[in-house]
Design a protein around this ligand. Structure first.
Ligand SMILES: [Zn+2]
Length: 410
């Protein structure tokens, strides 16, 4: 029974997404009525035969007939329950965003070969370099959140020795990842099904901007990582580059179909259906003109979650360098938008996407027994508020003065 053997291997690395207590999950057969309900919710061909039960809070979770554990949060379970409802494209709720991601990624796995998306050697070397620079550890459990086709798991397969787990909201995606030999779990990126302090590496490539509350993933990753563990994100839109100028926006409004044709990749698949375009727009929740991630706010969010930010690295997609080497040119589309917005498209500051590498530090006691704030905590607070610590350690080029800048005498 290789499949159930593999689930028994995986189980000790998982936790109830509700209470996140370690070592409390066990497998039993699922009651028929419950199993039928789950089969409908998950749109599965086969009925789940087994379930996982949490010994701490008694919550039960389905296991698909082919052995994939469904450790969804309550919100994600409710989302599956209302997947037939229309998604609100104007003012989406958390469930709308989750539903859009499920719909889009189920379709991508069927209609489009995601192998090619971010699967290149350039992306691999950037991610692996970033990890190896942040830690000397090469042992630990690797969880890839939003694993898609499993590219990032493959990147790290020979880098870290330990269990390799792909997590996603799309069952068809997870099945593709499993065929590549990785463990899989269906779960919610905002409520991770892993015990506290159990992981060595959490990666999330092209994920933060798909989440209703990206800060929750940062907090959950911090909780699930062991001390010294690494949290690595990539391919989230740079908010600065996403602030399109008036001219770019006018062209976008007038010639949206042209821009969509210019944008490579999966959007092409979805031409034709208005519903699918809404799904895609809602799934790309923080990725549209005027949105994206402000570098300072992203840095603050990561540090607020408890991480030491090792690096925040703006780059264009084909830029392999992390701390050295050449900076690649922007794509034609990015070049056009930045130029129309009056910005230098060749400046790293204006590049289209952001990578972050963070390390979970040893816990710092804030108060000493004598009631004083500990020196280590003081140092962290000072670092957090230190003027001039931009987090953009690669920004060596001087910034052009802009209107509204106050020039101060020394
Ligand atoms: Zn529980």
């Amino acid at each position: 029974m290789p499949k159930s053997q593999s689930l028994h291997d995986l189980l000790p690395h998982l936790a109830c997404s509700e209470c996140q207590q370690p070592q409390r999950l066990s497998i039993e057969s699922a009651p028929t009525d419950q199993a039928e309900e789950w089969q409908t919710l998950l749109r599965e061909q086969a009925r789940p035969e087994h379930q996982i039960i949490c010994g701490s809070c008694d919550r039960t979770y389905p296991i698909t007939a082919d052995g994939i554990p469904i450790l969804w949060s309550r919100v994600l379970e409710q989302t599956f329950d209302s997947l037939d409802n229309d998604v609100n494209g104007v003012d989406p709720t958390e469930q709308d965003v989750k539903a859009a991601n499920i719909q889009v990624y189920d379709q991508i796995s069927d209609a489009y070969d995601t192998e090619g998306v971010h699967a290149d050697e350039v992306t691999r070397s950037r991610l692996v370099n970033a990890y190896c620079e942040a830690t000397n550890s090469r042992v630990g459990t690797h969880v890839d959140v939003g694993c898609g086709a499993g590219n990032v798991l493959q990147f790290f397969a020979d880098v870290i020795d330990g269990p390799k787990i792909g997590m996603d909201v799309s069952l068809s995606g997870l099945r593709a990842v499993r065929r590549k030999g990785f463990q899989t779990v269906l779960g919610d990126a905002e409520k991770l099904p892993f015990p506290e302090g159990s992981l060595g590496l959490v990666t999330a490539s092209s994920v933060l901007h798909h989440l209703f509350r990206p800060d929750r993933l940062m907090q959950q990753a911090h909780h699930a990582l062991s001390t010294g563990g690494v949290f690595l994100t990539d391919f989230d839109p740079n908010g600065r580059a996403a602030q399109w100028g008036w001219l770019a926006l006018q062209l976008y409004a007038l010639r949206r179909p042209v821009y969509q044709m210019l944008s490579l990749g999966r959007r092409r698949v979805f031409h034709g259906s208005e519903q699918v375009q809404t799904w895609n727009a809602v799934a790309e929740f923080h990725n549209k003109p005027g949105e994206g991630f402000d570098i300072g706010e992203l840095q603050a969010a990561i540090m607020t979650a408890g991480f030491e930010l090792h690096r925040l690295f703006p780059h264009n997609c084909r830029d392999a360098s992390v701390n050295r080497g050449s900076f690649v040119k922007p794509s034609p589309r990015h070049l056009l938008v930045q130029a129309l917005s009056g910005r230098n498209p060749f400046s790293r500051h204006n590049s289209d996407t952001l990578l972050t590498v963070s390390v979970k530090p040893a816990a710092v006691p804030v108060m000493q027994p004598d009631g004083q704030i500990s020196p280590a905590a003081k140092r962290q607070i000072q670092e957090l508020f230190a003027e001039g610590r931009s987090g953009l350690q690669e920004l060596t080029e001087p910034r052009e003065p802009q209107d509204g800048d106050v020039v101060r005498a020394a």
